[in-house]
Design a binder for this molecule. Structure first.
Ligand code: SF4
Ligand code: SF4
Length: 713
């Protein structure tokens, strides 16, 4: 009997009333020669004490625990808590007892299959070592505006050494160019004077911050914990080694020449909100065409469709700016009439108080309406036609000055900011409309390049308050990344994972698919075209493993062999009436959705064996065809939503999975089977209630197709 691995079966939480735990224990002994213990309530204090004692007394370093999902009680059953090198959890609660009919032969078969899978998985796992190597601890902040300065100050306050690089000859960015700020704190009534000089002094005086101005990055090579940065600053070359990078290069104004339909370029008295700021900063507000005092000013807050390259979500910033600049007019030309014409007025949260305050200001009129025509008159004034107003009809407004709300465009658009020496490109890939965040929902600050974080308006239009909060968040992420990398561990979303892809080069065909499909540009070709891994750039998604046509990429704790052993754990009845379906489910959303279905006691088809995978993109084609050639009737691959507004935690992983299925289906056809036996599904966790129906529909279709002809071979 193998005593290095011990197995345990819990009968608590209704498991014992649903399946026969003793039969699973017998299976452990007969099929795997492993000792199995059946206990009630393993997660309770007595259960945990029993586990620790039993493992220690037998000198076992590996435990397979069949109980609840690994997504719960993870601290109770952690390897640290139990004092072993590996704990494999087998989910017979959410996936069996809570979602399948009790005391049924098919339910028992399901529990036994899951148990076999757990043991096989544990037997095919090697423990990745923890690395202890000195890494560069310094943090590089690119951009010396309010976001970059705040990130530098926060990181320095936490004890990090920081290098702050700015392309201009002084710090401060846009904040130096602002006349006033809209209120940043309760009661949100009075404009504030920018305090940027005080922030600049703090940065310059901080002993842990080195400021380099008039600087341009000429190259960044290497990987997290060991980035080699080359700069040109004031005609000199500078070399740095840093552990992580924060990109805080901010925004630039939307190209106003594209606002011709609103009069820009047709009259000098039509300006943008950025130009208005400069006008106020100059200390006087005069009509640009002839220098006469202004008697009427119109702010145009026109909504534009995002497809035309506009940023509808800039509204919250630009509307607050219009409210602020209306008060500039009150200050410089108290007699002037001010109109703010908006289609949607967005003032987030307590900023609403400022909106109300401006609304009550004499001579300021806020009007909902769409500006449809802007005509310049010979006398220098501008005539605006407004339709769809709240009072129903249209109106015409004559203005001495028109201020257009322009959007905030991220500086990433075409500029060379970081000059990365990465195979997949020299800049951080941008998502929709040029912003660099890799996943808006789950990972703000993260980009598609590991340990390179984005903060402030470079990742979404935001104001100074939001930028400072963002900078703090990014600084903490950058510090955390350096700490994780120093032990060889992954950052989000597989935080702490010590494995990394290993490539068996003797069988590599140099197809370079792994280099192309890795979402994080981890793998680079060497001089002979063979792949070389930069391990600390890796997020451990396994997309490369899914891509490799000859299956030579694996991890110590995740491999095609391991997944294949789990598929072969499934007992396929020769009786064609009993279906078997394998569902590879992404561990980020889909597998939790299956658990949610169980937690909500939503019954779903007992023929499905759910196998958690790191990403749908990590499922190698061979796993699907193997499953079918073993007699499994159908394969489902569950991933996150792909496309421009993707939710995939590994960016392109789920999209690649769908794309690759075309090839798999061709192979299935060659096996003389219906390609529809492979089914991709995109599912978010909130859609867990769809699982019973999705599975049921697939099962019905498989029944129509008839049993897999390979059954019994
Ligand atoms: S595991 Fe993911 S991030 Fe790492 S090399 Fe493979 S594809 Fe790239
Ligand atoms: S995908 Fe596989 S075969 Fe192709 S280059 Fe990468 S490791 Fe080699």
């Amino acid at each position: 009997m193998d005593q290095t691995m011990r197995t345990y079966i819990c009968t608590g939480c209704g498991i014992g009333e649903c399946v026969n735990a003793d039969r699973i224990a017998e299976l452990a002994q007969s099929e795997f020669q492993l000792t199995a213990n059946v206990s009630h309530f393993l997660c309770g204090p007595e259960g945990v004490e029993f586990l620790k004692r039993d493992l220690a007394e037998n000198g076992a370093q590996r435990a397979v625990i069949a109980a609840c999902s690994e997504r719960v009680n993870w601290d109770v059953f952690s390897r640290d808590n139990l004092g072993v090198e590996l704990v494999e959890r087998v989910n017979i609660r959410e996936q069996v007892a809570w979602s399948k009919p009790p005391n049924d032969e098919e339910t028992q078969a399901l529990a036994e299959d899951y148990f076999r899978m757990g043991v096989n998985k544990a037997q095919n796992t090697t423990i990745p070592p923890r690395r202890e190597e000195p890494q560069a601890q310094t943090l590089l902040v690119v951009g010396g505006g309010i976001t970059g300065m705040t990130a530098a100050l926060q990181a320095a306050a936490a004890g990090s050494e920081v290098v702050l690089v700015e392309k201009q000859d002084q710090l401060g960015g846009w904040m130096r160019q602002l006349y006033k700020l809209y209120p940043r704190k309760t009661p949100y009534q009075a404009l504030e004077t920018p305090d940027v000089d005080a922030v600049i002094r703090q940065v310059q005086d901080h002993p842990k911050i080195r400021v380099i101005t008039s600087a341009e990055i000429t190259a960044i090579a290497g990987e997290p914990g060991a980035f080699d940065v080359a700069l040109q600053a004031q005609g000199q070359g500078v070399s740095l080694q840093v552990g992580s990078v924060i990109l805080a290069t901010g925004w630039e104004p939307f190209d106003a020449t594209k606002l011709e339909d609103l009069g820009f370029g047709r009259s000098p008295n039509v300006i943008t909100n950025v130009m208005m700021e400069a006008t106020a900063k100059s200390g006087k507000l005069l009509r640009p065409s002839d220098g006469r005092p202004v008697q009427s000013v119109v702010f145009v807050q026109k909504a534009r469709p995002a497809e035309q390259g506009w940023f509808s979500y800039a509204a919250t910033v630009r509307d607050m700016i219009a409210l602020k600049q209306a008060l500039y007019v009150r200050e410089f030309a108290p007699e002037a009439q001010v109109y703010i014409i908006y289609e949607d007025m967005v003032t987030l949260g307590l900023y609403e108080s400022f909106y109300r305050r401006v609304q009550q200001e004499p001579n300021v009129f806020l009007t909902k309406g769409a500006v449809t025509e802007v005509a310049a008159s010979d006398d220098g004034s501008v005539l605006l036609t407004v339709e769809d107003t709240l009072i129903g009809g249209g109106l015409q407004v004559k203005a001495d000055l028109v201020v257009l709300a322009a959007g905030m465009v991220p500086t990433t658009g075409g500029s060379e900011l970081l000059r990365l020496r990465y195979r997949q490109g020299s800049e951080i890939p941008a998502t929709t409309r040029g912003f660099t965040t890799s996943n808006y929902i789950c990972f703000p600050y993260e980009t598609r390049r590991t340990a390179l974080y984005a903060a402030g308006a470079v990742r979404e239009p935001m104001d100074i308050v939001a930028c400072t909060e963002d900078a703090t968040g990014a600084a903490l992420k950058a510090i955390q990344s350096i700490q994780l990398v120093s032990i060889g561990a992954a950052t989000h979303p597989r935080v702490g994972d010590l494995s990394y892809p290993k490539i068996f080069l003797q069988r590599c065909t140099r197809c370079q698919r792994c280099m192309e499909e890795c979402p994080f540009s981890v793998i680079e070709p060497n001089a002979e075209g063979y792949p070389t891994v930069n391990p600390d750039r890796c997020r451990r998604c396994g997309v490369c493993m899914g891509a490799c046509p000859v299956q030579v990429i694996s991890f110590d704790n995740y491999s095609v062999t391991q997944l294949s052993s789990m598929v072969s754990s499934i007992s396929v009845p020769e009786d064609g009436e009993k279906l078997r379906i394998v569902a590879f489910a992404c561990e980020n959303d889909s597998y939790p959705a299956f658990d949610m279905a169980g937690i909500n006691r939503l019954p779903f088809d007992v023929s499905v064996r759910v196998i958690p995978v790191r990403c749908a993109g990590s499922v190698n084609a061979v796993l699907m065809t193997d499953a079918l050639s073993r007699g499994v009737d159908g394969v489902m691959v569950f991933g996150c939503k792909s496309g421009d507004d993707y939710q995939c935690h590994f960016i392109t992983g789920s999209g690649l999975a769908v794309r690759r299925l075309t090839n798999v289906r061709e192979t299935v056809t060659r096996l003389m089977m219906e390609p529809e036996r492979i089914r991709p599904v995109q599912l978010e966790i909130a859609d867990y209630n769809l699982i019973p129906q999705l599975v049921q529909e697939f099962a019905e279709e498989l029944k129509q197709m008839g049993p897999n002809p390979y059954k019994g071979f």
